[in-house]
Design a protein around this ligand. Sequence first.
Ligand SMILES: Cc1cc2nc3c(=O)[nH]c(=O)nc-3n(C[C@H](O)[C@H](O)[C@H](O)COP(=O)(O)OP(=O)(O)OC[C@H]3O[C@@H](n4cnc5c(N)ncnc54)[C@H](O)[C@@H]3O)c2cc1C
Length: 480
Amino acid sequence: MQAVVIGGGVVGSLIARELSRFRIKVVLVEKSEDIGQGVTKANSAILHGGYDDPPGTLRARLCASGNLMFDELSEELRFPIRRTGSIVVAKDRSELPKLEELLQNGINNGVKDLKIVGRDELRELEPHISRDFRYALFCGSAGITEPWMVAIASAINVAANGGEVVTGEEVIGGRIYEGRVTEVFLSSGRKLKADLVINAAGLFYEKVASAFGVSVPSVYLRKGEYILLDKKASELVNMIIFPIPTAAGKGKLVVPTVDGGVLLGPTSVELPGFSPEDVSTTDSGLASVRESGENLIPGIDNPKFFIKSFAGLRPETVQKDFYIRRAEELANFITVGAIRSPGLTAAPAIAEFVINTIVPETGIDLTRRDDFTPGIEERIRIKELPVREVSRLIDENPSYGRIVCQCNEVSEAEIVQAIRDGARTIDGVKFRTRAGFGRCQGGFCSWNIAKILARELKKDLSEIGQNSKESWVVSGKVRQ
Ligand SMILES: Cc1cc2nc3c(=O)[nH]c(=O)nc-3n(C[C@H](O)[C@H](O)[C@H](O)COP(=O)(O)OP(=O)(O)OC[C@H]3O[C@@H](n4cnc5c(N)ncnc54)[C@H](O)[C@@H]3O)c2cc1C
């Protein structure tokens, strides 16, 4: 039996990994050059507590339980998480009922470690919070992670368990026979045998569904703009800080990142039409995230801290809930779409829900394997090791001593490991190793990373792209 999972975001990759526990060959297909480069790449990276998802929704059911699965998952798949905790801050008594409503909702959703705190405890938790705030809802289970690494590590684990990870190929349709998909067609012309098909194509889930004749709720896009701040700003911030939520969403936040930076944002603006390539940022959007950040933490809106701006797109539907169903039209086709926030947090629980609840509806009987390996080997980050250990590594392999990314201290050996793990582009290396993620944003190291990619992949430099085959950096040789 063979299962084809379409989409190598955090959701598809975790579903593919969950399927790998059973006696079924798993093929994970991702149209980008690397795993985790869709919605999973650009978001707030928060493991939400789960107190603000409306009762009765799949979001409410899967967020709190997904959050609790991250400790074990991060140990097995060796990606970083930090349980920083979060606060929703309120100015005065008039805003207290909203905190109480969120508290009650959280209790109903099964969220642990949730309480309302007064001014003194708020200052202890977050000493630099604006004096305007007197109350907060504290959630101890909230945390942060590197979402793309959750997806990448899951894909590595799928391959280690005998599955296949195909990148740079788009699913364009399939062969249907007697109400079931029998083959999945890729853009290269390759055809994959399919007993089970899972559509986890993120922003493109409606497009993929329609390629198989399956109807799903229409997706529209809501953009979120961010500013990434330098590590120096992290001295002002301990935990995730939310303003009081509004009808538009959770608001513009101040969020620490796992590698020591800080994010301001996101905005929440509905895009006219369907334009999934539009990840531009705007003056007004960035001004608004700066202003909101400054209202929460005075002094954080300091141009000295600014590193870069970026935007992510939320796949929204009018139902405002995840859409996870077996297709009416096709017995073995499952849609896992409209995975808006808190889709990252919910992703491990979504994967379990799909396998335990939806797959049985397809008539496929999955049998557990007894040789599934849940873990992957930890990838070395010399920046996080004691000097003596780095020195031992350099004795074994001198390329641990050749630092390519000065900002984040990433060595050539780490970059080579990332390429062996599947990185094919400069961004592929960046997201896997953090080379190019620091203060200079790759200004100094991108060129050397491109040269290492070309050498390891035995390609010409002109074939190495920033994040796709088309985004070339060098167009060709000036002289032979
Ligand atoms: C601004 C913003 C902030 C957010 N903040 C948070 C947060 O803090 N916490 C949280 O829990 N959630 C958050 N989310 C939500 C979370 O990021 C998403 O729910 C999650 O990343 C969705 O993952 P996915 O795998 O469904 O989608 P994606 O990551 O987009 O993966 C889908 C993949 O499918 C691929 N694909 C598409 N079509 C095809 C095809 N035909 N063939 C092959 N591959 C295909 C795409 O290239 C893509 O890589 C946020 C989202 C946004 C936009």
